[in-house]
Design a protein around this ligand. Structure first.
Ligand code: C6P
Length: 423
């Protein structure tokens, strides 16, 4: 399909009965309408962090201007307003990922902290020498290092599942390494390098069949498509607000209530207690047992506004748009001479990692920046995966709901120019 047709179709595409116009969406993101190095900005580093719509920026500003006070503390108007807004944000997350209720949702400062919470609280308490953790070769360091540290401390074994040539997880190996000693399967929902979408519902069934728990790193999934944590039957699910139009400083841990109930606190201090004596204490109910000290409540409220925005657009539309962009981009990028794309060709998210001949990825990014095209390069916090691919790093373009087909064309034109320059 010609690119103009696709663009035109996007401009009148409808989701759940309401009209969505891509150029109207872009107007909601003030940062997008600027020039970089003399060219209109093309922002393609959404897997690292996304831009923020005015509704999120304004929500946080209005809250600071009119409603700001600490939460869960004062019996006065401002504090109860702040508390209501904070808890309302939690309820929005409950709805967004179809959790059973607010007790399942713990606010953290990012996805990494959410995984660390599980490692330090659940892992330290429930795992013993000889127990095994199954994870994958495509994990982000955030879903690897906490388990390495725990394995060292407790004498656990880590069982990495390899990827196949096409960048998908080797499910045959995964089935073999999950057995009675497996106590946890820690797996990313979507690879931040390859775009691979892992079959986490099936992996959850395999984990549960031997009595193991499953933690799903949803940093690259929940911003892009509808996630139902109960349908997936995951025990833990983690993600970051800043990758889904929300502010920095806010992340989420979802956990099944019965598991969270049994876990000891992670961080301690104010708000996470029920009663305190000088030599001991009892713990607050869920989710507050895991939210020590003043939480990032303004950021949580900002994330709530981001969820409102995503739900107004509709996650089905977001996913469909990104899928069309990705398929278009894969087809176009392939035409650049000597360019190699990593990851599967089908069933993949809007993350495209590539290399061009032997040009260093940093040089590609620097060249693209001169053209106003912003991409990320490096190991993407996935060094074991880079070792598996026998490369030091990749160049990576990643899309979100505000990206256009014209921007893909700009990327491809800049890549062709790069190839020419370094010939
Ligand atoms: N990936 C990228 O790919 P934090 O930094 O805690 O918000 O998110 C960590 C994280 C965890 N899991 C996956 C799959 C991720 O992709 C990330 C963040 C970024 O550009 C930074 S390396």
């Amino acid at each position: 399909m010609a690119q103009e047709n696709l663009s035109a179709r996007k401009a009148v595409h409808f989701s759940s009965g309401h009209s969505i116009n891509l150029s109207a969406i872009r107007k909601d993101f003030p940062v997008l309408s600027q020039m970089i190095n003399g060219h209109p900005l093309v922002y393609l580093d959404n897997a690292a962090s996304t831009q923020k719509p005015m509704s999120v920026i304004q929500k946080m500003q209005t809250f600071y201007e009119h409603d700001y006070a600490n939460v869960h503390r004062g019996a006065y108007e401002l504090s109860s307003r702040a508390t209501d807004e904070y808890e309302e944000a939690r309820r929005k997350i409950v709805d967004f990922i179809n959790a059973a209720g607010s007790k399942n949702i713990i606010f953290t400062k990012n996805g990494s902290e959410a995984i660390n919470l599980v490692a330090y609280s659940w892992g330290r308490h429930f795992l013993n020498e000889g127990d095994e953790i199954v994870l994958t070769e495509m994990e982000h360091h955030s879903n690897l290092i906490p388990w390495q540290l725990l394995a060292e401390e407790k004498g656990l074994t880590l069982r990495p599942v390899p990827i196949r040539e096409d960048g998908t997880l080797d499910m045959e190996v995964l089935k073999k390494v999950i057995f009675s000693k497996t106590k946890l399967v820690a797996v990313t929902h979507v690879s931040n390098v390859l775009g691979t979408i892992n079959p986490v519902a099936e992996i959850a069934r395999l984990a549960h069949s031997v009595g193991a728990k499953i933690l799903v790193d949803g940093a690259q999934s929940v911003p892009h498509f509808s996630v139902d944590v109960q349908a997936l039957d995951c025990d833990f699910f983690t993600f970051s607000g800043h990758k889904m139009l929300g502010p920095t400083g806010i992340g989420v841990l979802y956990g099944k209530e019965e598991i969270l109930e049994e876990m000891p606190p992670f961080l301690s201090g104010g708000d996470m207690i029920s009663e305190v004596w000088i030599d001991h204490a009892t713990w607050n109910e869920l989710p507050y047992k895991f939210e020590a000290g003043t939480p990032p409540f303004v950021e949580a409220i900002g994330l709530g506004a981001a969820i409102d925005y995503l739900q107004t657009i509709g996650m089905d539309w977001v996913w469909e748009h990104e899928q069309e962009l990705t398929q278009y981009a894969l087809a176009q990028i392939k035409t650049v001479p000597d360019l190699e794309i990593f990851g599967p060709t089908e069933n993949r998210a809007g993350v495209i990692s590539f290399k061009i001949a032997d040009i260093h990825p940093h040089d590609v990014a620097t060249f693209l920046d001169q053209e106003g095209v912003e991409i990320r390069t490096g190991h993407h916090c996935a060094q074991p995966l880079m070792r598996r691919l026998c490369i030091p790093g990749t160049a990576r373009a990643s899309f979100y709901l505000y990206n256009t087909f014209e921007e893909v064309d700009r990327l491809v034109a800049a890549l062709n120019k790069t190839r020419e320059f370094f010939k």
